[in-house]
Design a protein around this ligand. Structure first.
Ligand code: MSP
Length: 645
């Protein structure tokens, strides 16, 4: 059985978690459930990152030991994951004994390799982020990640030779174009961190105690990020007597992380792994933030939304659905009470909930609850079937690219189409005519089949809802198997439905908004002014003229073997010679969408090899807010080779 290993970041148990933290875990859970349904042997890891100065200070302020402090919060985090129906296979705490021992071994291994040396640290430290910064990296003298005060830190410390790894990292990124996603995050890493020069990293602290001691110099504790990142392998038994899980599951298929910690996962972590001669994870996906009124939701800003309150009020599946549908996974998304209520009312209560209850009610009314096999095909059936049968593949394509919102949009297209089918086939008119009974039965059966397919496909996102639908429409286990979402006619010829509870009760918007306001939920309506994007430094027309942009006609286009995201294109660029380019757009375009089209090629770009295939230049595309890409097509009247300026 093929394995799939997915991780979330391990969370700081310094405060209660908010809905922004839950967002990442719900996304990872959806992916884990999806892969399990597809038949993968899944390992889904989450946990807590319990050491460091921040926790030590919090515990001191609370008058308890650091361990007492974290134990209490970790218990709450575990309860939250239970509430949110998170299906993690393992939960690691960095205070677990086996982890501490393995981290000490990892540190020693890097030291023995010659990658760690002793020196003197002088620089700035952001305690809330547990990050070191140089003077030039600070923004207005504050932490560039969280904007909070930094402290000057001067202490004896061990350093990791990160600077030795810059070239190796860049080479690795080039050879593994899928390693960092979305693509924009890769550019950020190269431009903001690697190009300005990687400095050696301070990897031990002596000014506080709450950490894992360095075995060969116990006044030092291991830097909390080195400790934390190691969790992904120590949780699998790396460095312990039993490393069978490590052998089975490592390298991880996806590390899912928030955008501000991508640099730890794509620079420091790979360099650590290279140093200890272990394979690198296959992918680091950096998702955006849940923002509120334009700013990141965070405890220090006092704008956090408590996931427990939301789940109790609206139900777990409604909250999971909202998080995954409303916010395109790669970008930031604004949390508003208005959008939450509107999603619940329109998508869940109206589109899905009503469809199920109407269908059950009609079968009860017209057939006494039991549908019989006698069926007659008719108009609109083919359209419904066609869309239903395409939905699994469409949703999978997006799920494979972690585009949860788009995957849900595909499923909701089927739900809307099914609702429309009721309006088109007008069962209430058919019911008046005894001679149309067989047609009416067919319409009911088709509705149930379309709902079965949708119910199966929503399972990774809203895991409790499919069973509730199954109870009403009498789906058995077989009917809800993932592979059967790609088949029509799985529901037996005869079955009995029953009226069930309302799946998603409708909310009175005005009343609810008033309630939320009166009960001190953060105001979410307004958005701060913020620039739409960061501009690059100004260039002259001569700088621009150094880029050769040409129109080109796509002659051949095909997938690249073993690279889900790549397409190989042969272009007529007017030069008389065929130009081969490789483009990372296979998630969004099929070869036939491109063949014959006129595209823009950056013609004087240095050739590179992507997954072993040479690419001479690249075709231009727009970055979309959801992390997908849209190719720039030119008017077909533009001849091959025409220059763009
Ligand atoms: N302990 C480190 C991770 C170590 S991984 C080896 C850490 N912990 S954290 O608790 O501060 O954050 C955990 C995750 O929650 C991060 O991926 C972060 O991006 C995510 N989020 C925290 N606030 C968030 C939002 N408002 N929105 C979306 N995700 C957010 O970092």
């Amino acid at each position: 059985m093929e394995k799939f290993y997915i991780t979330t970041p391990i969370y700081y148990p310094s405060d209660k978690l908010h809905i922004g933290h839950a967002y990442c875990t719900v996304a990872a859970d959806t992916m884990a459930r999806y892969k399990r349904l597809q038949g993968y042997d899944v390992m889904f890891l989450t946990g807590t990152d319990e050491h460091g100065q921040k926790i030590e200070q919090k515990a001191q302020a609370a008058g308890v030991t650091p361990k007492e402090y974290v134990d209490n919060i970790v218990a709450g985090i575990k309860d939250l994951w239970k509430l949110l129906n998170i299906s993690n296979d393992k939960f690691i705490r960095t205070t677990d004994d086996y982890h501490e021992k393995a981290v000490q071994k990892i540190f020693k291994k890097m030291y023995d390799k010659g990658d760690i040396y002793k020196g003197q640290y002088k620089g700035w430290y952001c305690t809330p982020c547990e990050s070191f910064w140089t003077e030039t990296q600070l923004v207005d003298g504050k932490c560039p990640d969280c904007g909070r005060e930094v402290t000057l830190s001067e202490e004896e410390a061990y350093f990791f030779r990160l600077s030795n790894y810059a070239d190796k990292l860049v080479k690795y990124y080039e050879e593994h174009p899928d390693f960092i996603e979305p693509q924009s995050r890769l550019n950020e890493m190269i431009n903001n961190f690697i190009k300005p020069g990687l400095e050696d990293l301070c990897v031990s602290r002596t000014t506080f105690k709450w950490g894992i001691p360095v075995t060969f110099d116990p006044d030092h504790v291991v830097y909390v990020w080195v400790d934390a990142l190691s969790n992904y392998i120590t949780a699998m038994g790396y460095g312990s007597d039993d490393d069978s899980l490590y052998k089975k599951y490592w390298p991880a298929d996806i590390h899912l992380v928030g955008k501000e910690i991508v640099r730890f996962h794509t620079i420091i972590w790979p360099a650590m792994l290279m140093s200890i001669d272990e394979p690198l994870p296959k992918k680091v996906f950096g998702h955006g933030w849940l923002v509120i009124g334009g700013g990141k939701m965070s405890k220090s800003k006092g704008n956090v939304v408590d996931p427990v309150v939301l789940c109790e009020r609206y139900g777990v599946d409604a909250i999971r659905y909202f998080l995954l549908r409303e916010i395109p996974f790669g970008s930031d998304g604004n949390f508003t009470n208005e959008s939450l209520i509107s999603r619940i009312n329109s998508d869940l209560a109206n589109d899905l909930g009503n469809l199920v209850s109407r269908t059950a009610a009609m079968i009860i009314k017209y057939f006494g609850g039991t549908l019989i096999a006698d069926r007659e095909e008719g108009e609109f059936d083919d359209q419904l079937k066609e869309l239903a049968l395409a939905t699994k593949e469409n949703a999978e394509r997006y799920l494979d690219g972690m585009q949860f919102s788009n995957a849900l949009t595909e499923i909701w297209k089927l739900i809307s189409r099914t609702n429309k089918y009721i309006d088109e086939t007008t069962p209430w008119i058919l019911a008046k005519d005894e001679s149309r009974k067989a047609r009416l039965a067919a319409v009911m059966y088709n509705l149930v089949e379309a709902i079965r397919i949708a119910a199966t496909l929503i399972a990774p996102f809203v895991p409790s809802t499919p069973q509730k639908i199954a109870d009403q429409l009498s789906f058995n286990e077989e009917a809800l198997k993932w592979e059967n979402a790609g088949k029509w006619g799985v529901q037996p010829a005869s079955f009995t439905v029953k009226k069930g509870e309302t799946l998603f009760p409708r909310i009175d918007t005005e009343k609810e908004l008033r309630y939320l306001q009166e009960n001190n939920m953060p105001k979410t309506g307004q958005t701060e002014e913020k620039p739409a994007y960061e501009s690059l430094p100004e260039i002259t027309i001569d700088d621009f003229a150094r880029v050769e942009l040409r129109a080109a006609k796509v002659k051949v286009c095909e997938p690249v073997k073993k690279a889900k995201k790549l397409l190989r294109l042969e272009l007529d660029d007017g030069s008389g010679e065929t130009r081969q380019v490789v483009s990372g757009i296979a998630l969004w375009y099929k070869p036939e969408d491109l063949i014959g089209k006129t595209v823009v090629v950056v013609a004087n770009l240095k050739p590179v090899k992507l997954c072993g295939v040479e690419s001479r230049g690249m075709i231009m595309a727009n970055d979309m807010p959801d992390g997908s890409a849209r190719v720039v097509f030119l008017d077909d009247s533009v001849p091959a080779g025409a220059k763009l300026r």
